[in-house]
Design a protein around this ligand. Structure first.
Ligand SMILES: [Zn+2]
Ligand SMILES: [Zn+2]
Length: 182
């Protein structure tokens, strides 16, 4: 009988017993769909490439990771497609041990330390990865740093050429005079 094939885990899952003592490098890509991001105007346009370094001492794991992907959307000034690189990090300490309720409570709002039960075999990092990406999502994209945007009056793309709106704007001081006369 052939030996049972090891179960294939998603790449975001750390199989705690399979990590050697010392330092281990792990590299994997996470598909955008796997992150379960909410719909936003700015979206990820490539899988997230993750490079992890896991340092293990007995039941203590220090996890450091670099995340790289790219984002796309519309330029906030001219509305043409725009893209940018996104790079961020995760870093936390994972301990596999018995913990008191007090201890767990004290760590509840601490993001960089996590305690799991002694019997835990697998820890999924997907939420941490998602949170790190969401925090780093830009609020605005620019097609280029010096995008001139659209004319607010006629909508002409000012990167392509000037419009004549500026010439027709009446100097407000003259407008006051005109009102006084009438
Ligand atoms: Zn633009
Ligand atoms: Zn114009």
């Amino acid at each position: 009988m052939p030996p049972a094939r090891p179960r294939r885990l998603p790449p975001t899952v750390l199989a705690l017993d399979e990590i050697d003592e010392g330092s281990t490098r792990l590299e994997f890509d996470v598909e955008v769909e796997q992150l379960g991001l909410e719909d936003t105007d700015i979206v990820l346009t490539a899988p997230v490439s993750v490079q992890l370094t896991v340092g293990r001492t007995m039941h203590m794991y220090t996890v450091r990771g670099r995340l790289q992907t790219s984002v796309g959307g519309s330029c906030c000034r001219c509305l043409l497609p725009a893209a940018a690189a996104l790079e961020t990090e995760i870093r936390f300490l994972l301990q596999r041990k018995e913990a008191s309720d007090d201890e767990l409570e004290a760590l509840a709002d601490q993001d960089d330390v996590e305690i799991v039960d002694p019997g835990t075999k697998e820890v999924d990092l997907v939420e941490r990865l998602r949170d790190a990406v969401v925090l780093e999502l830009p609020m605005r994209l620019y097609c280029k740093m010096d995008c001139k945007g659209l004319c607010p009056q006629c909508g002409q793309d000012l990167n392509v050429g000037d419009c004549s709106c500026a010439d027709n704007v009446v100097d407000p001081r003259w407008e006051v005079l005109a009102q006084l006369k009438s």
